[in-house]
Design a protein around this ligand. Structure first.
Ligand SMILES: Cc1ncc(C[n+]2csc(CCOP(=O)(O)OP(=O)(O)O)c2C)c(N)n1
Ligand SMILES: [Mg+2]
Length: 673
């Protein structure tokens, strides 16, 4: 039997009271949007969202991805009704140590599927999660993944963010009919009415991008219910429900007049008498607002009962599938365990003196064969960033066909990164994505979120330096390495370096770097790879030491007069310079540091043994000198780096003109003596 609309409305008012009260108590936060969206989230959770209250990490659950993180009070209010947070925790919104943070932070057990705050990213995660569900359905045949629905909640800010174009294009092109997005269209944003900045026909736009679109009153429970029903029945397309919502629904000012549709309720407590009037208007008690009404408790208790039956039926289906597919079932459990896959790296055959992007392709070819739950993506550069090493062993996703494992993301680096984040959030898959290093700038906001959420996404960035040459300064990364290495210094909430950044020195070190990337299940990994060929490090080099982040390259002299330090292709330039220096009788050590962050995580003794204080040092980097200054103290030597945007010319000419030669290493080192 359907729930009475009066009870649904009461529950939505309950969420509004809780949201406004939590913000009021915190003396900061965003009540208006949360109050407007309460009706949708209530209908979704009390009637449609399928999950197991007893088993929150159940792989086959529906997912709800919130885009506007400022609507945290709405999500937390809802999760109070569904028993994931206590009222006391809600009343501690935004306080030190409280699980109810200013913007929601990823916590599956608590029902928070993603961290949100940077508008736009959250709904792109949903697109990635929907892709992951399609992929798992195709790859395993487990019927549960075909029944899973991914819900996204977006607001005006998210629709305005450019990423919405990419997310909608990919979802439309791939026909993600397991994705339902609700657009909270309340005509108001932070500082203006939306009409000041937006004059588009959003429904027509999404239709043109291949979506099924419905337009409803977003505060009408019956319309919301009907729209979700219809959206669930849509086949071959993602579904968008545009809900016209009332910002600050039910809010009154201190004089009792309406406080609805007012920008001021976007990001500040209602305040004083306005707050009291509002809570009374919604049927609450301003003196005791943190209450769940009895009929609302009943509504959610009834839903919990229903879920028992729904989930039991799904578990039975999963069990039947597992009985008939026991190997696959064991494999699938492994995929969701989050453990690193076992990989036989001896199968990777590297060519001598190869570009590290090509060396990466050799690794990716093996990963495509050995890691059946890996998905690789590229932003229309697969043949340049060499993710085609993976693609050659599989096929790209298409509408209706998710039997492959490659996402052709189109030219949309931020969208691609967020889709990969969404895949990782979904679980069960290992996502990687590639593009040119210079365009990592387009991805940085997503890298930061992946780092904050501690997701093991692999970022593959090729064309790592000015040696892209003829393409000129627009394509030459200079400051990017220093920038991304800041993420190695920034610790996550578990005290780890928030990103592992690896720039391998040659083809064989690239295999080590990929092995480290695949073993790293705790944070994102970035691989920075060369376009041009690189001369191998000396024979006998112990590449396994790359796992320490920095190590002494084979052939180094004992008791060196000078230590030469670099990452990536500059290591081989230093090797060439070392030959000239040794011809003069100098004793030289060469150190490869693919990851300064990893190196700094080793014992002090080890660090000292590689880079002993008091010995002269010379660093060479194709990035800004600051990239290496943490390893080469000013008092002990110098760093040769690039201090301009670069220039157009063949890369060998640039090497000469910019001083990235053995001769210049020789000259610069001699200046230290
Ligand atoms: C990428 C990004 N830019 C800016 C902000 C700051 N910000 C938070 S909410 C908001 C306005 C959002 O308007 P809307 O999505 O309509 O939410 P509503 O006001 O309806 O609650 C802005 C600009 C942000 N969170 N993320
Ligand atoms: Mg709005």
């Amino acid at each position: 039997m359907k729930n009475p609309i009066s009870v649904l409305n009461h529950a939505a008012d309950n969420i509004r009271i809780l949201a406004a009260s939590a913000v009021e108590k915190a003396k900061s936060g965003h009540p208006g949007g949360a109050m407007g969206g309460a009706d949708f989230i209530n209908v979704l959770y009390s009637e449609y969202l399928t999950y197991d209250p007893e088993n929150p990490t159940w792989a086959g659950r529906d997912r709800f991805f919130l885009d506007p993180g400022h609507m945290a009070p709405m999500l937390y209010g809802e999760l109070c009704l569904s028993g994931k947070y206590s009222l006391e925790e809600l009343a501690n919104l935004r306080q030190w140590g409280s699980p109810t943070t200013g913007h929601p932070e990823f916590d599956i057990v608590r029902g928070v599927e993603n961290t949100s705050g940077p508008l736009g990213q959250g709904h792109a995660y949903a697109v990635g999660a929907a892709i992951a569900a399609k992929f798992l359905a195709a790859r395993t045949g487990n019927p549960t993944f075909a029944k899973e629905t991914v819900y996204a909640y977006i607001s005006d800010g998210g629709v305005q963010e450019e990423i919405s174009q990419g997310a909608a294009r990919i979802a439309g092109t791939l026909g993600l009919d397991n994705l339902i997005m609700f657009y909270d269209s309340n005509d108001i944003q932070l500082s203006t009415e939306t009409k000041v900045v937006m004059n588009e026909d959003t429904a027509a736009k999404y239709r043109a991008l291949g979506w099924d679109v419905q337009e409803i009153n977003g505060n009408d429970a019956a319309q919301i219910r009907a729209a979700i029903e219809k959206a669930k029945a849509v086949s071959g397309k993602p579904a968008l429900i545009i809900g016209k919502c009332i910002m600050g629904k039910g809010a009154l000012k201190e004089d009792g007049s309406s406080y609805e549709r007012n920008c001021k309720t976007h990001g500040a407590p209602l305040g004083g008498d306005a707050y009291k009037n509002t809570i009374k208007n919604l049927g609450g008690d301003p003196e005791n607002p943190f209450v769940i009404f009895d009929d609302v408790k009943e509504l959610y208790a009834k839903r919990a009962e229903e879920l028992k039956g729904i989930v039991a039926a799904r578990y039975a289906e999963e069990k039947a599938w597992a009985a008939a597919n026991s190997d696959k079932a064991v494999q699938l459990a492994g995929w969701f365990s989050g453990k690193a896959p076992e990989i036989d790296w001896t199968k990777v055959v590297q060519k001598d003196n190869d570009a590290t992007r090509s060396a990466s392709a050799a690794c990716l070819g093996q990963l495509a064969e050995q890691v059946p739950n890996m998905i690789c993506a590229s932003a229309d550069l697969s043949n340049s960033d060499k993710t085609d090493g993976f693609l050659k062993k599989t096929t790209a996703f298409q509408a209706g066909d998710f039997s492959g494992a490659f996402l052709q993301a189109g030219v949309a680096e931020l969208t691609m990164a967020c889709c990969c984040i969404g895949m990782a959030l979904h679980g069960g898959v290992i996502p990687a994505c590639g593009t040119f290093f210079v365009f990592s700038d387009y991805m940085k906001p997503a890298v930061r979120m992946a780092a904050l959420m501690e997701l093991p996404v692999k970022f593959i960035w090729t064309h790592d330096a000015f040696r892209v040459g003829e393409d000129g300064p627009t394509h030459e990364p200079v400051e990017q390495e220093a920038q991304i290495r800041l993420m190695e210094k920034l610790k996550n909430h578990h005290g780890r370096n928030s990103v592992l950044v690896l720039r391998p020195a040659d083809a064989r070190e690239t295999t080590e770097a990929w092995a480290l990337a695949m073993a790293n299940t705790a944070t994102p990994t970035a691989l920075i790879l060369s376009r041009q060929n690189i001369v191998n490090l000396p024979e006998g080099n112990d590449y396994s030491q790359a796992a320490k982040g920095g190590y002494i390259v084979a052939g180094s002299d004992a008791n060196p007069d000078v230590i030469l330090v670099a990452s990536g292709s500059e290591v081989s330039t230093l090797e060439a310079g070392a030959k000239l220096l040794r011809a003069d009788g100098r004793k030289v050590r060469v150190v490869s540091v693919p990851s300064e962050g990893l190196f700094r995580s080793q014992s002090k003794e080890y660090q000292q043994s590689v880079l002993p204080a008091g010995v002269k040092k010379f660093g060479m980097t194709a990035g800004l000198p600051v990239t290496l200054q943490g390893l080469v103290p000013e008092a002990e030597g110098s760093v040769w780096g690039l201090e301009s945007f670069g220039f157009s010319a063949p890369y060998k000419v640039l090497d000469e003109k910019l001083g990235f030669t053995a001769e210049n290493v020789y000259q610069q080192v001699n200046k230290l003596f």
